[in-house]
Design a protein around this ligand. Structure first.
Ligand code: NAP
Ligand code: ZN
Length: 346
């Protein structure tokens, strides 16, 4: 299936137009026309070799939505014309303890990423969503609620689930105090989702200009982290803090903010190890944890939750030829709050 997209063709080079073929439909596959693909900071870390050398050609994109155009003979979930979404992985072993529990993101053999790796046949490169067509086994795709705008839904496929999953895992409930560090693509979804779950939400941001937006998204408090000793007034008061920052920050300051049995969940992946002062963990039995996207059942649950609460991402829709500029603006924290590519422009 002839497909047009954008790719990194040479390590360190900007993205450029690239045409390639996707597989013909297998029995359990569906094909779809991509309408929109979000730009996640992980795309940038990968394209810029911040997590090691990428597999080239690299077609990034793992926040993918579109309209089904063809279905394989053994599919049961989708019909032509349905709204469909694909996130950060396109396959997994399907048999391990985690896959059987619906935690395909933690597949024992490793999930098959939507890009920057090989499919499970070990030879076909996985090419992502910065493109106009996609083919996927229907078990790794989700349905998009009818009331949500497709462009604004795209970021839910990574940013949305990545914040929804830890909020659910740590049982966020009305009255709990939740902190979100970084009001970017992930962070702004975290604010909307945690507020919808009834939490008291505080945003920790290094951008003063985002205060009004944070409050409009449902945050109760906004803390500017550029202020020295910003944490003093908030000490020992949080149940859960989610760190979505794409750069290195001093997480020890944030440990002071957790109350007894509180947890700091690391989600942002700048790529270097963190230095942790363990005295801050021992005191008040605090935890540091990590969380990576979510499994297929939870991905659908999150979209249905967003449908019920009319939650979508704040997006700036761009044309394909703006991708490299959008990368620069994302790195400069100058995006309100997710760039989404109009796939008709590939
Ligand atoms: P993003 O839109 O660029 O947002 C990151 C935010 O971090 C910025 O908006 C900014 O918020 C803050 N920030 C950036 N540079 C900073 C600095 N130097 N100092 C302090 N704060 C800074 O990125 P994203 O797409 O949300 O992704 C965030 C991170 O999560 C990336 O590292 C990405 O790879 C990772 N990620 C992880 C998972 C997972 O499963 N765990 C999934 C997807 C992405 P303020 O302006 O409010 O300070
Ligand atoms: Zn992502």
């Amino acid at each position: 299936m002839n497909t047009r997209g954008y790719a990194v063709l040479k390590e360190g080079a900007p993205l450029e137009p690239y045409s390639f073929n996707r597989r013909e439909l297998r029995a359990n596959d569906v094909a779809f026309d991509i309408t929109h693909a979000g730009i996640c900071h992980s795309d940038i870390h990968t394209a810029r070799s911040e997590w090691g050398s990428p597999l080239l050609p690299l077609v990034p994109g793992h926040e993918i939505v579109g309209i089904v155009t063809a279905v394989g003979p053994e599919t049961t979930k989708f019909a032509i014309g349905d709204r469909i979404g694909v996130g950060v992985f396109v396959d997994s072993c399907g048999n391990c303890e985690n896959c059987l529990k619906g935690l395909q993101n933690y597949c024992a053999e490793g999930m098959t990423g939507t890009y920057n790796g090989l499919e499970r046949d070990g030879v076909t490169p996985a090419l992502g969503g910065y493109s106009n067509k996609f083919v996927i086994n229907e078990n790794y795709a989700v349905k998009i609620p009818a009331n949500l705008d497709l462009a604004a839904v795209a970021p839910l496929l990574c940013a949305g689930i990545t914040l929804y999953s830890p909020l659910r895992h740590w049982n966020v409930k009305p009255g709990m105090k939740v902190g979100i560090i970084g009001l970017g693509g992930l962070g702004h979804m975290g604010v909307k989702l945690a507020a919808a779950m009834g939490a008291n939400v505080t945003v920790f941001s290094h951008s003063q200009s985002k205060e009004a937006d944070a409050k409009a998204f449902g945050a109760h408090n906004f803390v500017l982290t550029k202020d020295e000793n910003f944490f003093e007034p908030h000490k020992e008061s949080f149940d859960l803090i989610l760190n979505t920052v794409s750069a290195e920050i001093d997480i020890n300051s944030y440990l002071h903010l957790l109350k007894t049995d509180g947890t700091l969940v690391v989600i942002g992946l700048p790529g270097k190890p963190y230095a942790v002062n363990v005295f801050n963990l021992l005191r008040l039995r605090r935890s540091i944890a990590g969380s990576m996207i979510g499994g297929m059942p939870e991905l659908q649950e999150m979209l249905d939750f967003c449908g019920e609460h009319s939650i979508v991402s704040e997006v700036e829709v761009i044309k394909a030829d703006y991708i490299n500029e959008a990368y620069e603006r994302t790195i400069a924290s100058d995006v309100r709050y997710r760039f989404v590519i109009d796939a008709s422009t590939f």
